[in-house]
Ligand binder design. Structure first.
Ligand SMILES: [Zn+2]
Length: 158
């Protein structure tokens, strides 16, 4: 059974439902006109099938409360299911988009982290050379200096 494309209208479909519009369907919603379907059957179906097809092809009568109520509930559930499916699809698209952004941001974060680590190593190297240069130039430029790394009055601490 395919889904009904019409909407709810007083507990029945917008388009009428017919029994056996096609030989392999119990019932279907008529899209277009029933006259077109009848004309098509008369001119395209094997002659021996025409009488059976036309005899069984008749409107579904919503003349029992059971059928009317079940159909109204089905239409309502079908509308909700269609709406939920659309929201699920929309949320899925947003998730895919967010996931792609996350992946991109994660790659940038890792790349920036690697550069930070590399810059840190270069800083350590430059800092060590700078300290070594300061120490050797201090020794050369400042002979007889009592500087012990913290004070020029090391004896005052003792
Ligand atoms: Zn000095």
């Amino acid at each position: 059974m395919h889904s009904l494309r019409g909407g709810v209208q007083g507990g029945s479909a917008v388009n009428p439902l017919y029994w056996h519009l096609h030989h392999d369907e119990l019932f279907e919603e008529v899209i277009g006109s029933i006259e077109e379907r009848v004309a098509y059957i008369r001119s395209n179906k094997p002659a021996r099938q025409v009488e059976t097809r036309l005899r069984l092809m008749k409107p579904v009568r919503f003349d029992t409360p059971k059928l009317r109520e079940a159909f109204a509930k089905w239409m309502e559930a079908d509308a909700k299911w269609t709406e939920a499916a659309a929201k699920w699809k929309e949320a899925g698209a947003k998730w895919t988009e967010a996931d792609a952004k996350w992946t991109e941001a994660d790659a940038k974060w890792k790349e920036a982290g690697a550069k930070w680590k590399e810059a840190g190593a270069k800083w350590m190297e430059a800092d060590a050379k700078w300290k070594e240069a300061v120490a050797s130039d201090h020794a050369r430029q400042c002979p007889d200096c009592p500087w012990d790394g913290k004070t020029i009055f090391p004896e005052a601490k003792r």
